[in-house]
Ligand binder design. Structure first.
Ligand SMILES: Cc1ncc(COP(=O)(O)O)c(C=O)c1O
Length: 490
């Protein structure tokens, strides 16, 4: 016969605390005493945890209230618990003194940050987002809180299809829109799908994120860098390669060199994809941020059957939102759904419902417009500072996005600038850190460059970040006497 008290019970008490107590003795008081002592000793009940009232715990356990009160009193007398009449009962701190609160954790020291492509998260539209989140949760039918389609919440896919058509000229039905956890997941899904279909080689722009190249390689594909020049990806060089199954391209605003793919090259790239049957992955990571009013529509519109269009909420909102999207050739949708299922990934649906609401209410448009004005002003200010305080330097790349290249005076090494910046508490990348073939000087004669991201600092730190940049370049141009000479990397 099962001993009644040997049954473990999770007891949701009226204090809200869910206590899992294994009462292993036939005597209720003894069993409870042992169970509580065991929970404190093993750390399952941490010091400071408030216990349920004796009345609530007695009701949950089905024992007399006096039994629980006697156990609490006994354990308090032994120093396991603290109790104050009328206030309650807690698990005691071992010394009887509550430890000082731990210092707040910081993800990183409070450095100035001019790394490329990072938005000012302090400007996240908290109130508008919270309002959309509230409405999304209150209004969602229960079915919208279920598993849903593996490629994303239907209402978000509809909202994105409409938004992308209106703002970037993308041509896609909602069913061909895929919601992912950041661009990296979309890239991984596309690469796994291609690899499963027998693809071998994926071309990438010579300059770009190493993380993206690693994602391609992790799918078992060869990564083939292609030169980039003043008109973006060198499409003739791409076409001269054989056996390329796909190319990853930042056509609207090359990352990080900042140029747009020339109109002729856009046409050549699409013609190449049609001719060879290859896929183009168009990474439109900052397509909303063009300041000269010459926004060029998505390449995808020229060939929706050959181009995967990719966008992200990371720039206009914040990376913490963790959502990106793709408009994919309809023929790829079933395979992508298959690989999404295999991956076990399911983007948070409440976040998707919130973004759908935010798009439908035009909160996204309003945020983009206001951020665009801020980033445009920051870019202008950077230009002024370079013109006035950095003789011999110049900004290159078009007026767009959240970053630009700073060409250094002849003979000044980007590495020297980056290390001078680090010494001054400024995070800054040299172009070589984003180069897939850093040892190859061919495409990169002339001045060296640092990539200046003007998005990251909160507004009140921007001038300090620019001052640190000026100081770092000045340090590298005229090194402190006695300091070791900087070595050129290339
Ligand atoms: C070139 C480029 N592509 C894509 C992304 C978007 O990535 P995610 O959606 O993972 O933030 C970024 C973000 O930094 C980027 O710089």
């Amino acid at each position: 016969m099962t001993d009644f008290w040997s049954i473990s019970r999770a007891t949701p008490t009226s204090s809200g605390l869910d206590l899992h107590l294994a009462l292993g003795s036939p005597r209720p008081g003894r069993g409870l005493e042992d169970a509580l002592r065991d929970a404190v000793t093993t750390g399952r009940l941490a010091p400071g945890t408030r216990l349920p009232s004796s009345r609530a715990l007695a009701a949950d356990l089905g024992v007399a209230r006096g039994t629980v009160a006697a156990v609490y009193a006994q354990l308090a007398a032994e120093g396991w618990l603290d109790s104050r009449v009328g206030a309650g009962t807690w698990v005691a701190h071992p010394t009887g003194v509550a430890p000082a609160a731990p210092p707040p954790t910081r993800p990183a020291p409070d450095l100035l940050d001019l790394r490329a492509g990072i938005p000012d998260a302090s400007a996240f539209p908290r109130a508008a987002w919270a309002a959309s989140a509230r409405r999304a949760v209150v209004d969602a039918p229960a079915a919208h809180l279920g598993y849903g389609d593996p490629l994303g919440d239907e209402s978000l896919r509809r909202a994105l299809a409409a938004y992308l058509a209106r703002v970037r000229g993308v041509r896609a039905e909602p069913g061909a829109v895929v919601v992912t956890q950041g661009f990296g997941e979309l890239l991984a899904l596309v690469c796994r799908t291609l690899a499963a279909r027998g693809a071998r080689r994926v071309a990438v722009e010579r300059f770009g994120h190493a993380a993206h190249r690693e994602i391609v390689a992790a799918a078992g594909l060869d990564v083939v860098p292609v030169p980039v020049d003043g008109e973006g990806l060198d499409v003739a060089a791409l076409a001269a390669l054989s056996g390329i199954d796909a190319v990853l391209v930042t056509s609207a605003h090359q990352f990080p060199t900042g140029v747009a793919l020339g109109p002729g090259r856009r046409r050549e790239l699409v013609a190449w994809a049609r001719r060879t049957g290859a896929l183009v992955v168009e990474d439109d990571y900052d397509g909303e941020f063009r300041y000269d009013r010459r926004a060029v529509g998505a390449l995808q519109a020229l060939a929706p059957d050959r181009v995967v269009y990719a966008g992200t909420a990371s720039k206009a909102l914040a990376p913490g939102v963790g959502l990106a999207w793709g408009a994919v050739p309809p023929a790829l949708v079933p395979d992508l759904a298959h690989h999404r299922r295999l991956s076990g990934v399911r983007p948070d649906r409440l976040g998707q419902l919130t973004l759908a609401r935010f798009l439908d209410d035009h909160g996204y448009d309003r945020t983009v417009r206001s951020r665009r004005a801020v980033y445009r002003a920051r870019r202008r200010r950077l230009q002024e500072v370079v013109d006035q305080r950095l003789p011999g330097c110049r900004l290159v790349g078009m007026d767009a996005g959240l970053h630009t290249l700073l060409a250094l005076p002849d003979g000044v090494a980007e590495r020297a600038v980056a290390s001078a910046a680090a010494a001054r508490g400024l995070r800054l990348l040299g172009l070589a850190e984003l180069d897939a073939t850093p040892g190859d000087p061919a495409a990169h004669d002339g001045p060296q460059h640092v990539v200046v991201g003007f998005g990251a600092p909160p507004g009140h730190r921007y001038e300090a970040a620019l001052d640190a940049l000026v100081a770092a370049v000045t340090d590298a141009v005229s090194p402190v006497p006695g300091a070791p000479a900087p070595r050129r990397r290339r």
